[in-house]
Each structure stands twice: as structure tokens, then as C-alpha cells.
Write a protein that binds this ligand. Structure first.
Ligand code: PMV
Length: 336
């Protein structure tokens, strides 16, 4: 028996950056995120005959180290002693700052839970518990078990859904592939370095809740200009605190700066293009559906030949059983 989960990454509009010293993967700052519908991770899970775990991501077998804590938590939370076979594919560049760990660990938590329910006849696990399990893999994954818009409060074990995708169907996210390839400094070590060495870290953490509260209000009102301005403050302050680490942590490339400037220029011409960035050089731009073509054109004028992925607010992850002898679906890429 194999179970498939397709899930979309969770892009933070207000960023989580930094973990609490207590607990495991508890965020120091509250985050507000949108599910990037159109971009997808497809994860297939089954049980192993020898009780061992095996993890394949994008066709390459991975060291179990990164997954050990998560799989131990999965066995504990789901009450299972089984070993798992995991095969996960990203439709978009993985490990490159497109939040593949959020969709990856969310899909994995949901698929393992369904597998245990079916194989061991367990009653259905609640999404709140699975959000907690996903968080042990990657805190942003706690948000990705929900579609639409979700929040993860500072110090919270679980994320919460805020609005479904239908709250703002006309919203688009244009994700620009500034550079392919895995990022040099993972979000995990980048956050640790910032907390341990940046003199701006405490200010970043104490400033974040006000941005979060204001951004939730702007999102409720579907006010892109207000939300966009708050998003910009959130990623800029996150990166400013990281840049002040010792040694300095600079995720940006010249292409990132070119796109940030292109967004400013678009806004100067009355096109609502609001960028954000995560732990990598990629730039993601929020806009309304009616401005999508103008935004794509503006970004490609700044960087000719730029690869763009387009997302709209995504629905809840999908789960199904894979009939024997059938191939899982290919993950959608959002390529535009
Ligand atoms: O959940 P992680 O460990 O992949 O960290 C995510 C960090 C950011 O993408 C920079 C921000 C966020 O809230 O998703």
C-alpha cells in the first residue's frame, strides 16, 4: 500500500526567522503565509519490509540525518513502529529558497498519517496534530498543511488556518528563479548564526509582532498596497538582521537587487508589484491578476531570459491511495 500527498509550499508574507532556545523548532517570530498553488511537491510513502527508513528526494537517496528527528517524532505522534519508504519530488527547484522544505515536510506528515490510518486501522489524525508533526521537520511546514492563508504564532507548536484560498482568488505570486542550485547557507544555520551573532537579532524579534498584526489586518481587507508595504518591511528587516551576523550572511545576488529595483519601478508606474525574499537569492512578487503580464514583463526587462513561476492562493493538500502498479502524478511546476 502506498499513499500520495501533493502539497504546495508556504510563502511567508511576514517572516519566521529565528528559533526559541527552548523546545525544538519553535519560532521566535510570528509568521503569516500564503500557499503557492500551482507549485507542488508530490510525496509517495509506503512501509518498508525490513523496518528501516529510506528517503529519496528528486531522484537522489538522502542521508537519514536530516530526517531522523522528524521520523522519530512521526512514529511517536502516530503511534507506529514501522519503517517508511519515502519518495518525494518537487515540481520547482528544491533547496533553492522556494520553500520546498515547507511543502516537503507537510506532504510527508500528511501522507505518513494517512498510511498509518489505513495500515493500522487508526482513527483519522487531526490537521492540528499533523501541523505539529510537520513543524518538527521545518517550522514553515506547520503552515503548509493548510491551504490558503495560515499563521504560525511565535512559540506555537502548531500553525492555524486564517483564510481559505477563496478569500483572495485574484492574488498572484510571481516567483523569479534568480539562481538555480541549492543555497549556500540553509535557513536552519542562517537563523542560528543570526541569533548567536547579530546585534540586531533581538530588535528583529521584538519588532516582528507589530508587523504581523498589521499584515493580518491588511490581508483581511485584501489591501495589497498596505500588505505589500508590510511584507517589504518584514523581509528587509529579516535580511538586515542576517546581514549583521558575524560572518555577514548575504543571501542576495546582483539579480535579486535588479528585481527589487524593477518592482520599485513598476510601482512607480502604478503597477502593484510587491516583492519578498527568503533564505536565498530568489525574489517572489505579489500582484493582482490584472497586473500579472505587466509584472512579468517588468521583471524580464530587468533580467532577460528570467525563468518565472506563477502561483495563485493554493487549496488544501490532496491525499490519495496509489493503486498498485501505477505511477504517482508529476508535480506541477508553476512555470510560466
Ligand atoms: O521552515 P524553514 O526552516 O525552512 O525556514 C523558513 C524561513 C523563511 O522561509 C525565510 C521564512 C518563512 O517564514 O518561511
Amino acid at each position: 500500500m502506498r499513499v500520495v500527498c501533493r502539497a504546495s509550499p508556504s510563502l511567508a508574507l511576514v517572516k519566521y526567522w529565528g528559533k526559541l532556545e527552548r523546545g525544538h523548532n519553535l519560532p521566535a517570530t510570528p509568521s503569516l503565509a500564503i500557499s503557492l498553488g500551482g507549485l507542488e511537491t508530490v510525496t509517495v510513502v509506503g512501509t518498508s519490509s525490513d523496518g528501516r527508513d529510506r528517503v529519496v528526494v528528486d531522484g537522489t537517496e538522502r542521508e537519514l540525518g536530516r530526517y531522523e528527528d522528524f521520523l522519530a517524532a512521526a512514529r511517536r505522534i502516530l503511534g507506529s513502529g514501522r519503517g517508511f519508504l519515502i519518495d518525494s519530488r518537487n515540481g520547482f527547484p528544491g533547496g533553492a529558497g522556494f520553500a520546498s522544505s515547507s511543502s516537503g515536510f507537510a506532504a510527508l506528515a500528511l501522507a505518513l498519517a494517512r498510511l498509518v490510518e489505513l495500515r493500522d486501522g487508526r482513527p483519522a489524525f487531526g490537521l492540528d496534530l499533523l501541523s505539529e508533526l510537520a513543524r518538527t521537520g521545518s517550522a514553515s511546514a506547520a503552515r503548509a498543511v493548510y491551504g490558503g492563508f495560515a499563521v504560525l504564532e511565535a512559540g506555537a507548536e502548531r500553525a492555524e488556518p486564517l483564510f481559505p484560498a477563496s478569500h483572495w482568488p485574484g492574488l498572484r505570486v510571481v516567483a523569479a528563479v534568480v539562481a538555480r542550485g541549492e543555497k549556500a547557507v540553509s535557513s536552519r544555520s542562517g537563523m542560528a548564526a543570526t541569533r548567536e551573532t547579530s546585534p540586531y537579532y533581538d530588535d528583529w524579534v521584538s519588532d516582528a509582532p507589530a508587523l504581523f498584526t498589521a499584515a493580518k489586518k491588511a490581508l483581511a481587507a485584501r489591501d495589497l498596497e498596505a500588505l505589500g508595504a508590510l511584507m517589504r518591511l518584514s523581509y528587509s528587516r529579516m535580511h538586515a538582521s542576517a546581514l549583521a551576523s558575524d560572518p555577514p550572511l548575504l543571501y542576495w545576488l546582483p539579480g535579486s537587487v535588479a528585481l527589487i529595483r524593477a518592482c520599485a519601478e513598476l510601482r512607480g508606474r502604478g503597477v502593484g508589484a510587491w516583492e519578498t525574499m527568503d533564505a536565498g537569492p530568489q525574489v517572489k512578487v505579489l500582484c493582482l491578476e490584472g497586473d500579472l503580464e505587466a509584472v512579468k514583463r517588468g521583471l524580464r526587462e530587468a533580467l532577460p531570459g528570467l525563468e518565472l513561476l506563477v502561483a495563485a492562493p493554493g487549496g488544501e493538500p490532496e491525499l490519495f491511495e496509489l493503486p498498485p502498479g501505477t505511477e504517482p502524478p508529476l508535480p506541477r511546476s508553476g512555470l510560466s
